[in-house]
Design a protein around this ligand. Structure first.
Ligand SMILES: [Zn+2]
Length: 489
């Protein structure tokens, strides 16, 4: 467990408190209570181009969003709200925050460390090199850096696929890192790959048994920003017997399962089908990558209401197989998108959307050059991939009723994107501007439950310099402890 002193020193990295908020002042309305839970002050986001991502709530070239008690109260033109604090959103796009459905967030200290890595290189260096060496404080800082960088890029909800449970203290630290960042996150508790399966026999650190303690200690309320899932190693990364235990434990605790399947050649061995015959697949499970699954396995996923998380650039770069974008759609599954690893990916969803858009169209257009090959499905549109990065992500993370669209009654997790910027102005097609023209530099303000995490280009309540100094020192110590040579130029 984290003692009080450890927690204090961890949290002090952020520079929280009045004296520490250098260069990152909270806006006046945040001080006055609009962003705090339980307060009734209203926030009116006025005059922006509104992309709701809800087919039942019309988009508007110019419209308003009204927030109350951290929830969306109304979306429409010319809303009046007496006494509400007004945010002038003219020249901005107002839309739900992005949702990332799978990222190994503890790796925040080893960003871009494996730029040319194939999957096997990654396993050897990261999961069997860095993972066994990393300390709880470094996991905390890695998670914090990753979560804040995601928020900075407009991602308000993320799933932390946390395969770093080297000890219960490591799991605690990962959760505390997410808490400190103030983001909405699914903490998916996973095994430490630095230890060999079966993990179940380690009495000091029982995996997956420690999930019962974590559920009690951190996830007893359903009304909180963090929710719990099991990041199951699954049949490909351990074996079918071990996976059966994981599925049974997750279902006993009542949490969703997220697992990597269909990864490279081992993904084509029918292991998911074998597992399915034992535990039965359900709508409680997200399948990550799914590149090399059989048609039968894809059908099992579709029939059971399973969800898909794609990490398109990673799958193309690291040898997972062809990202099953069209394949998912052929089985009636709208996929979600995920950053996966920052060891060779940027932290944002713009990259993910563009890679997905370009690959699906590239493959189909290549088929189109040879019409005798038969029926060509629909090309993806920019709106399709924006849905993958928002509402489909929310559904995949089990939060579709709470976030992912600007729908009255949902939580006020939204972003303001600057459309009056040199890279996209003058704006013509708003969805096209977001998906094809924008990047993190356009992410001006970011809200979770109506509370600003980023305001007018700056992270709120975060001493970024202090955080990065700490991360730099920890990076050097981690490389040394892991015995991995520091990369150079
Ligand atoms: Zn992954």
């Amino acid at each position: 467990m984290t003692n009080g002193q450890g927690e204090f020193s961890r949290r002090s990295i952020l520079g929280m408190g009045a004296a520490g908020i250098a260069g990152a002042a909270a806006p006046a309305f945040a001080h006055s209570g609009a962003g705090h839970r339980g307060h009734s002050q209203r926030l009116l986001v006025r005059g922006g181009t509104v992309l709701t991502m809800d087919p039942g709530v019309p988009d508007m070239m110019q419209g308003d969003v009204l927030i109350k008690n951290g929830k969306i109260e109304a979306v429409g033109p010319h809303l009046s709200a007496h006494g509400a604090h007004v945010i002038d959103a003219r020249g901005k796009i107002v839309m739900p925050g992005f949702v990332d459905t799978h990222r190994h967030m503890w790796q925040g200290l080893i960003r871009n460390s494996g730029p040319n890595a194939q999957l096997l290189d990654y396993l050897n260096t990261v999961l069997f090199g860095f993972a066994p060496a990393i300390t709880p404080d470094e996991v905390y800082t890695g998670n914090l850096v990753t979560a804040l960088s995601a928020a900075n890029a407009g991602i308000t909800t993320m799933l932390d696929w946390s395969h770093i449970a080297s000890s219960p203290e490591h799991s605690d630290a990962a959760i505390e890192g997410l808490e400190s960042a103030g983001v909405r996150a699914v903490y998916a508790y996973g095994p430490s790959f630095g230890k060999q399966p079966p993990w179940f026999e380690d009495l000091d650190n029982p995996y997956p048994g420690d999930i019962y303690r974590l559920a009690d200690e951190y996830f007893s309320s359903s009304d909180q920003l963090l929710t719990l899932a099991l990041a199951a190693a699954g049949p490909e990364f351990s074996n079918v017997d071990a996976a059966e235990i994981e599925w049974n434990v997750a279902r006993d605790v009542g949490v969703p399962i997220t697992t990597h399947v269909g990864v490279g050649a081992p993904g084509a061995n029918g292991l998911l089908a074998e597992l399915a015959s034992r535990v039965g697949l359900g709508d409680d499970t997200t399948y990550i990558h799914a590149c090399t699954l059989s048609d039968f396995e894809f059908q099992l996923i579709a029939d059971s209401g399973g969800k898909i998380s794609l990490a398109v650039p990673v799958e193309m770069q690291m040898g997972h197989g062809i990202p099953p974008i069209q394949r998912s759609l052929d089985y009636g599954i709208r996929p979600s998108l995920s950053v996966d690893v920052e060891t060779n990916q940027p932290t944002d969803m713009f990259t993910q959307m563009r890679a997905c858009f370009a690959l699906q169209r590239g493959l189909l257009n290549a088929d189109n050059l040879f019409p005798e090959m038969g029926h060509v499905p629909q090309l993806l549109t920019v709106r399709d991939v924006l849905e993958f990065a928002t509402i489909e992500g929310a559904r995949t993370n089990g939060l579709g009723s709470k976030v992912g669209s600007l729908t009255p009654g949902k939580q006020a997790d939204f972003i303001l994107l600057n459309a009056r910027a040199l890279n996209v102005a003058p704006m013509n097609d708003p969805v096209g501007a977001v998906v094809l023209g924008m990047d993190t530099s356009n992410v001006e303000s970011v809200f979770v439950e109506g509370r600003p995490l980023k305001w007018q280009g700056k992270m709120v309540g975060v001493n970024v310099d202090r955080l990065l100094d700490r991360a730099e020192a920890m990076r050097l110590a981690l490389y040394a402890r892991a015995g991995i040579p520091l990369p150079g130029v």
